[in-house]
Ligand binder design. Structure first.
Ligand code: NAP
Length: 259
């Protein structure tokens, strides 16, 4: 019987996940640990991060937690260093940390927009450089997954230009890093673009009846996604199952961006 070489498993590998104190990031960290990876998790809220770490340990996984603000390059390096100190390598980086807010562009505060870009885009860049250097030095390749959004490809029902720009920017970051590192160093770089999933970030939308109806009306599958529906796509990009995929955007959005 033929099968996927190495399957979707990550046994013996080490993953770094940012923004793992809640929502999709916490889910990704647990998922990667259940696939066999040791996981270094980072976010600003140390207490929430510790709760995630304990849940991974309770399930038999390996995890180290490091308070990290990805807008600080030194903290990005500290998170990657923690993985190297603990397990001697980094194979997978999930650039998931992100913030968002709705605002009409003409009324938006440029300082707030700059702060968002610093986290969503520059933070991901700094994390990719920190992890990429370790992967390049080790010579074993790796996988970097930038968590963008369908809003990097299309406009939504809520005005949020800074957020959309940051997510479109991640797709450009993905392509250029893939061009630089895939052939030369065996580091695959891809974007995962979720549609709508319930989380702290989308709670205001879920609580707004008309906003929710407008959002769902744009989605051919007619509903928000379930976090579990991101598991296969994330593991595909992270593992050897996706060994011929680089520089691309995988949309997991119920068909929202098909048009
Ligand atoms: P969430 O629960 O609010 O998670 C955001 C995470 O990012 C939190 O863990 C937060 O932790 C972390 N974070 C924020 N600023 C940070 C910083 N400066 N440094 C380090 N970590 C930081 O929302 P979510 O929906 O799970 O979002 C996760 C990612 O998915 C985001 O990039 C988001 O844009 C993307 N996404 C989500 C959806 C969706 O429908 N939920 C759709 C498309 C894309 P701390 O506050 O502890 O730092």
């Amino acid at each position: 019987m033929t099968g996927v070489p190495g399957g979707f498993r990550l046994d013996g590998e080490v993953a770094v996940v940012t923004g793992a104190s809640s929502g999709l990031g916490a889910h990704f960290a647990r998922l990667l640990a259940s696939a066999g990876a040791a996981v270094a998790i980072g976010a600003r809220r140390a207490e929430e991060l510790e709760t995630v770490r304990r849940s991974i340990l309770a399930d038999g996984g390996r995890c180290v937690a490091v308070a990290t603000d990805v807008s600080d390059p030194a903290r990005c390096r500290a998170l990657v260093d923690a993985a190297v100190t603990e397990w001697g390598r980094v194979d997978v980086l999930v650039n998931n940390a992100g913030v968002g807010y709705g605002a009409r562009a003409e009324k938006d505060d440029p300082g707030r927009a700059a702060g968002l870009l610093e986290v969503n885009l520059l933070g991901a860049y700094q994390m990719a450089v920190a992890a990429g250097r370790v992967m390049i030095d080790a010579g074993r390749g790796g996988s970097i997954i930038n968590i963008a959004s369908a809003l990097g490809l299309t406009a939504g029902s809520v005005p949020q230009a800074a957020y959309s720009a940051s997510k479109a920017g991640l797709m450009g970051l993905t392509r250029d890093l893939a061009a630089q590192w895939s052939g030369r160093h065996g580091i695959r770089v891809n974007t995962l673009a979720p549609g709508y999933f319930a989380s702290e970030m989308t709670a205001p939308l879920l609580e707004h009846e008309q906003g929710l109806a407008d959002a769902v009306a744009r989605i051919p599958l007619g509903r928000f996604g379930d976090q579990e529906e991101l598991a296969g796509p994330l593991l595909l990009l992270a593992s050897r199952a996706g060994s011929y995929i680089t520089g691309t955007t995988l949309c997991v959005d119920g068909g929202w961006t098909m048009h």
